[in-house]
Each structure stands twice: as structure tokens, then as C-alpha cells.
Design a protein around this ligand. Structure first.
Ligand SMILES: C[S@@+](CC[C@H](N)C(=O)[O-])C[C@H]1O[C@@H](n2cnc3c(N)ncnc32)[C@H](O)[C@@H]1O
Length: 231
């Protein structure tokens, strides 16, 4: 991977593993949160439901990679529908939270939780790869390269989200750049859908074509899902 990817990955790991781990645990729980965060939570739930709706209702016999799984909500839903899931995240702290949350679940045995990079070639092959909001901090070229690395390990479809280039997200990205580096969140990188399609088409993606896409906006949360189907 590029130096830019590795630098970004380090910032993301630090952010989710240290700076924001508690806030993230809360956001992904049922705990009461501010109205702003409640809107974000509602948007993320809609996005998770959208991605789940793009998978077959019955996932028995399917192997799924939950790439950048956070606290494991998507993995749990997929396992409840019969999938065997490898759920991996850079943050050992979030994987620890996922492990605690899944411990009580009857489908826990169908989920393998790992701390590490979703692009590791040690994870095996999958029917579906799902990356919900885990590529939104990377440059468009690195998103395309990441999908290209995952492609040979996926037999049916890859579902991922990107931060669409809206005026609000672009402005927030610009404002974020004014602050000094430190513990601030690694900025979300807005990506134009057209630019992404060109990158994916130009040899960056072996054997897959973009099909459905759907945008979810809820308060400060804006994210767009894209489905890539193996041809
Ligand atoms: C915004 S959170 C989303 C988590 C989860 N997918 C969800 O929707 O609840 C992004 C997550 O992606 C993870 N992530 C980012 N890059 C990754 C990589 N290269 N490999 C594994 N996880 C990664 C981060 O550690 C973080 O937990």
C-alpha cells in the first residue's frame, strides 16, 4: 500500500483505539446520547439496514468479511441470518468491546473477531465483503486500491460506503484542515461518485462492476453505499 494509506491507517487506529473509543462504544450502544449524535446513530442504523438489504435474506453457507467492523453490529446481524463472519478492525479496544457484546449472543460462534488490517491476505476467501464507513477516511485512490486488493478474495459482491462530495462535507473537510494536528479525528475525505467510478473502471478493480448506490443523510451523518458485483 502507499505511504499515504499507511500514514492514514496509523491515525485512524490511534483515533478509534484511543481518542474516540469510549464515544464510539456509546454511539454504537443504546445509551442516551445528544440529539446530534442520535441523528448520526439513526443514519448509521439506516445505512446498516441498507447494506443488509442488499444481501440475500438467507446467508447460510455464506462467508462474509466485515471489513472495519468497529463494535460488531453488522457482523451480528449477518450471523443472525446464517452467515459465518470474519470481523476485523484496526482497533483492539473496539474488538474487545465487540467480543463482550457478542459473548451473550447465540450466534457468537459464527463470528471470528480479529484486530488487524482488513487488507491482510491471511483472512481467506469470502462470498461478500462489506466495509461500512471504514474506507471514508482514505483518499479516493487508496479506496480504489483497497477494493482492488480485496477483489480476488471475494466471489460475489463487495459493499462499501464512501463520503459523497456534498457542499457540507467538503466545507467540513476544509475547516478540519485549519486545525493543528493532534488528537482531532482523521478527517473524512469526500469522494465524488463520478471520480470513484472512473478510478474503479480504470483497471483498479478486477472483475467487479458498480451497480446499486444509495445515499443516507441524517443530521451530520452523510454516507453513500455502493455495490460492486462480480461479473
Ligand atoms: C466509522 S467506524 C465504522 C465501524 C463499523 N463498520 C460500523 O459501521 O459500526 C470505521 C472503522 O473502520 C476501522 N478501519 C479503518 N481502516 C481499517 C483497516 N485498514 N483495517 C481494519 N479496520 C479499519 C476503524 O478502526 C474503525 O473502527
Amino acid at each position: 500500500m502507499t505511504a499515504a494509506y499507511l500514514e492514514r491507517r496509523g491515525q485512524i487506529k490511534h483515533y478509534f483505539d484511543r481518542t474516540a473509543a469510549d464515544a464510539w462504544a456509546r454511539l454504537t450502544s443504546d445509551a442516551k446520547v445528544s440529539r446530534i449524535r442520535a441523528n448520526v446513530r439513526a443514519g448509521r442504523e439506516r445505512m446498516r439496514a441498507t447494506l443488509l438489504s442488499w444481501l440475500p435474506a438467507d446467508l447460510h453457507g455464506c462467508r462474509i468479511l466485515d471489513a472495519g467492523c468497529g463494535t460488531g453490529a453488522f457482523a451480528l446481524e449477518a450471523a443472525r441470518r446464517g452467515a459465518r463472519v470474519v470481523a476485523i478492525d484496526l482497533s483492539p479496544t473496539l474488538i474487545g468491546i465487540a467480543r463482550q457484546r457478542l459473548a451473550e449472543e447465540s450466534v457468537a460462534g459464527a463470528i471470528t473477531l480479529l484486530a488487524g488490517d482488513m487488507l491482510s491476505d491471511q483472512l481467506g476467501h469470502f462470498d461478500y465483503v462489506v466495509a461500512m464507513d471504514s474506507l471514508i477516511h482514505y483518499r479516493a485512490a487508496d479506496v480504489a486500491t483497497a477494493l482492488n486488493q480485496l477483489a480476488p478474495r471475494c466471489s460475489t459482491a463487495m459493499l462499501f460506503t464512501f463520503a459523497p462530495k456534498t457542499p457540507l462535507l467538503s466545507a467540513m473537510h476544509g475547516v478540519g484542515k485549519l486545525f493543528p494536528r493532534g488528537d482531532r479525528a482523521p478527517s473524512i475525505v469526500p469522494v465524488g461518485e463520478g471520480q470513484l467510478r472512473i478510478l474503479l473502471a480504470h483497471g483498479h478493480l478486477r472483475g467487479f462492476s458498480p451497480t446499486r448506490t444509495e445515499r443516507v443523510a441524517s443530521g451530520f451523518y452523510t454516507s453513500q453505499a455502493m455495490e460492486l458485483i462480480r461479473q
